[in-house]
Design a protein around this ligand. Structure first.
Ligand code: F0G
Length: 456
């Protein structure tokens, strides 16, 4: 099939072009932590696909016409109507971003000592479970453990492991199951409809509520259509509707597949649970018809959700990711296979075998991409997931040393991605030149955002 992005640029933004000495200085001043870099020192920003998508003229037109009434604004009704049609949940609550939706829902479902089961909790999701004194247990399927395998649904939850917990001594402590589509913490891999259907059946048999973390529901639907038998002739909207229909509700950041700078929602079937969430929402986020969002963002999201389900858009975006994955492979850089859509996960451990986990090969590759090409991305390896001793030396490494290259929606063209591939290829020609890093300073919580490093 021929694919191309079904949009063109009407307004553009200049991007900073820097020299290597300038980047060396900027990275040193940032304590070798990309989160500390000023954006005007970044040429290609692949740190996240969240809130970074380019909005359409239709979204901006809708935002201009937004209704800023405190209660019952027309913008809210447009927002709710798009989400009701998509999810069929009777209760839709707007929230300013995904982690706030998590906090509000989880505080109504979990309590100290309770357990949340997931394919993988995203980092804020885990933090919101743990802040309630509950326990977050990740149960990724066994196939995910083989980074090179081309199994189509490596985002699936391990249902045998879930059943073992539900029928074991901890069974009565399980407060919920949360299935993350696509599995951002697990290589951006999709979850199959068969897995979701079976997860739902299992949870219902044990009286445990099941929710989606649906931040990338449209991209998951696209990968289901491509990879799961019986779905080839469905539209992304039909697949997404079916997914929402299999569970009791969802939390979803709309900064990803809502293609909006800000926004999220909670969708629920249960009226009593929705009522408890609404009380919390009003006390902490905002009234139920804006939930901490500006009216313009309610309208941007409503329009973004219509655009994101366009098969031409999803097909072109998936092709963009697959092409960059192929270019990385051609350059000798392995990625987590098969490529998903919102990000590529580079296998830095394999590219930089001269660096032990204690010198953080993922972080080293992320730093090198910045120094070599002004490209910003983030490590997902021992720096993020490993455990440290009191001298900030690594004690337990992460199972993998990865770098996530996130792909903002509708922002960069093939030319930019060719540039990224060229920079990667240049690094891969002499990988042994890439230095390792040591931790200079690391706070106890949310360490990857705040730590300071130095070459070692
Ligand atoms: N769930 C998933 C799967 C996510 O990827 C994110 C955010 C959230 C929840 C939280 O949503 O940012 O709106 O509060 N992921 C971003 C990322 C930050 O870069 O992957 P939020």
């Amino acid at each position: 099939m021929r694919t191309f992005p079904p949009y063109r640029a009407q307004v553009v933004t200049e991007i900073p072009i820097t020299t290597r000495p300038q980047r060396e200085q900027a990275l040193a001043a940032a304590g070798y932590n990309a989160f500390n870099l000023p954006a005007n020192m970044v040429t290609i920003d692949l740190l996240t696909d969240s809130g970074t998508g380019a909005v359409s003229t239709a979204q901006e037109a809708a935002a201009t016409a937004a209704d800023r009434s405190y209660a019952g604004s027309e913008s809210f009704f447009r927002f709710r109507s798009v989400l009701s049609e998509l999810t069929h949940y009777p209760h839709i609550l707007p929230v300013h971003q995904g982690r706030a939706a998590e906090r509000v829902l989880f505080s109504a479902v979990l309590a100290p000592g309770r357990i949340s089961l997931s394919n993988t909790h995203f980092d804020t999701t885990r933090a919101n479970v743990e802040l309630l004194g509950a326990e977050a247990r990740d149960l990724p399927c066994a196939e995910f453990g083989d980074l090179d395998s081309r199994e189509p649904f490596k985002g699936n939850i391990d249902l045998a492991a879930a059943e073992q917990i539900l029928t074991g001594p901890d069974g009565n402590r399980v407060g919920m199951m949360l299935v993350t589509i696509t599995n951002n913490g697990g290589g951006g891999q999709p979850v199959s409809m068969a897995n979701l259907r079976a997860a739902s059946k299992l949870c219902r048999a044990h009286g445990v509520p099941i929710f989606l973390d649906a931040a990338r529901f449209a991209e998951n639907a696209w990968l289901v259509i491509q990879r799961e038998s019986g779905y080839q002739d469905k539209t992304p909207r039909e697949v997404a509707e079916e997914a929402f229909g299999l569970v009791d509700g969802c939390v979803a950041s709309l900064k990803k597949d809502g293609i909006s700078p800000m926004g999220a929602f909670i969708g629920l079937n249960d009226a009593e649970l929705a009522q408890r969430c609404e009380t919390n929402l009003i006390a902490t986020e905002g009234f139920r018809t804006y939930g901490g969002l500006g009216a313009h963002d309610l309208d941007r999201v409503a329009q973004g959700l219509r655009e994101v389900l366009d098969p031409n858009y999803l097909g072109a975006r998936a092709a963009e990711a697959a092409r960059l994955a192929q270019q990385a492979n051609d350059a000798g850089v392995d990625i987590v296979q098969p490529p998903g859509i919102h990000a590529l996960y580079l296998n830095a451990g394999r590219l930089l075998p001269h660096l032990p986990a204690s010198r953080f090969p993922g972080h080293a590759l992320a730093c090198e991409l910045y120094l070599e090409g002004g490209i910003r991305c983030v490590e997902l390896g021992s720096l993020y997931l490993g455990t440290l001793d009191e001298h900030n030396e690594l004690v337990t490494p992460a199972p993998f040393e990865l770098v996530r290259i996130a792909l903002p929606r509708r922002v960069y063209t093939q030319g930019h991605f060719d540039y990224v591939a060229e920079v990667l290829a240049d690094i891969a020609k002499n990988p042994e030149r890439v230095p390792g890093y040591r931790i200079v300073e690391a706070p106890a919580t949310l360490r990857h955002f705040n730590l300071r490093m130095a070459p070692a």
